[in-house]
Design a protein around this ligand. Structure first.
Ligand code: GLC
Ligand code: MN
Length: 431
């Protein structure tokens, strides 16, 4: 088969190089005692890179890929091209949904057979490729059967269909040695409260998730189960709104020790948060898992899924990740699509090369910031008052006893500067 990407790649690290090369991403560079590749754990998203036709809300397909069309021959060619690009980029991971990799069959069984054939192709390619599976997932949102939800659907048969789909995707993820399994509930929400029984839908969602966790243990899958929050779009309101909301659900279902989060930059922005806020909160709650590193356009206000290109922003996200000890099973997935005018194979490679460089710069800056220590020293100093035995005692005391201190000791707290501008100036030295 002729190569889709012609004579491109493999992409080398060459800071002074011409054309397509990594100028910052040196996989072997040691950062805080670990290779950069092991810190960043990059993944290519199969759906945007190989299955997305280039549509937007106002127009359809712009890409004209030779594997497009709902046939198994197309699906096999797509797998070839995907692994061709993985060789070119040398990134350690990829991610996929069932619907990205196989044509829909006339029945569930036919779709499953189509899916399993391509999973077997992946398995044999992965014997020689260095690319591993960061996570697998099920597409429970594109087909019209999911228009009113998957686990939260008013029709119990859709609940069953969704369970069968997730089971098959978990089996495939396990078979391919995937390090995580992701659930993104694009249609787990509502369009109007007028036809929605929210309490019932939330209960269904909780039951479904518990079944997923039980199944993970049953098959001995050692990866993490991850939920990906998003506030809305496609639905008007999505139940997994943001990190805080998902944590509330997990606690209610008793799953906060079983499930972690896959946090996407674009979704954080849609929820009215910064990316680093969502990461820091997940770290504080002990549920940080993985990231989707794709930004939104700040003006258009919808989910544009663009490759990252803002080093200071990315650096703050990695700062929170490194501060929490870095990725365990998670990684940096580019859930990002080209702009629809970027038609050439080279555009797809260049998008990833650029994104990997931006992330490398961001992570290196974050590590330097952490090792430089100024921010953490300032943070410790700010809370130093809490290190005294009297202050600590208050946290296990009661309201009356604490209140009594104020007059007994003549307390008169002196306000202190939060030093925000000084800290922002420190960050600017690194990025
Ligand atoms: C969809 C979502 C994306 C999510 C992925 C995995 O493609 O748009 O944000 O990460 O599904 O479930
Ligand atoms: Mn995502």
């Amino acid at each position: 088969m002729s190569r889709f990407f012609g004579d491109l790649g493999p992409i080398r690290f060459d800071p002074q190089g011409e054309g397509l090369c990594f100028r910052h991403y040196d996989p072997d560079r040691m950062v805080m005692g670990k290779r950069l590749e092991e810190h960043l754990r990059f993944a290519v998203a199969y759906w945007h890179s190989f299955a997305w036709p280039g549509g937007d809300p106002f127009g359809g397909q712009t890409f004209d890929r030779p594997w497009f069309g709902d046939t198994m021959d197309g699906a096999r060619m797509k797998a070839e091209v995907a692994f061709e690009m993985f060789e070119i980029l040398g990134q350690p991971f990829f991610c996929f949904h069932d619907a990205d990799i196989r044509p829909e069959g006339a029945t569930f069984a036919e779709s499953r057979r189509n899916f399993e054939e391509i999973v077997d192709i992946f398995a044999s390619k992965m014997e020689t490729s260095k690319t591993r599976l960061l996570w697998g997932t099920a597409n429970l949102f594109s087909h019209r059967r999911f228009m009113s939800g998957a686990a939260t659907n008013p029709d119990p048969d859709v609940f069953a269909w969704s369970a069968a789909t997730v089971k098959q995707c978990m089996d495939a993820t396990h078979k391919l040695g995937g390090e995580n399994y992701v659930l993104w509930g694009g249609r787990e929400g509502y369009e109007t409260l007028l036809n929605t029984d929210m309490g019932r839908e939330l209960d269904q969602m909780g039951r479904f998730l518990s079944m997923v966790v039980d199944y993970k243990h049953k098959i001995g899958f050692e990866g993490a189960i991850l939920i990906e929050p998003k506030p809305q779009e496609p639905t008007k309101h999505q139940y997994d709104y943001d990190v805080a909301t998902v944590y509330g659900h997990l606690q209610r279902f008793g799953l906060e020790k079983e499930v972690k989060l896959n946090i996407e930059q674009g979704h954080a922005i849609l929820a009215g948060h910064s990316f680093e806020h969502e990461i820091a909160l997940a770290q504080a709650l002990g549920v940080f898992g993985s990231i989707d590193m794709n930004r939104n356009d700040y003006q258009s206000g919808w989910d544009t899924d663009q490759f990252p290109n803002n080093v200071p922003e990315v650096a703050l996200a990695y700062y929170e990740i490194l501060k929490g000890g870095g990725f365990a099973s998670g990684g940096t997935n580019f859930d990002a699509k080209l702009r629809r005018q970027s038609l050439d194979p080279e555009d797809l490679v260049a998008a990833h090369v650029g994104a990997m460089d931006v992330c490398a710069r961001g992570l290196i800056a974050a590590a330097d910031m952490l090792e430089g220590g100024e921010l953490e020293a300032a943070r410790r100093a700010r809370y130093a008052g809490w290190e005294t035995p009297e202050a600590q005692a208050m946290l296990t005391s009661d309201l009356e006893t604490v209140a009594a201190r104020v007059e007994a000791e003549g307390l008169d707290p002196e306000p202190r500067s939060g030093r925000q501008e000084i800290l922002e100036n420190v960050v600017n030295r690194y990025v």
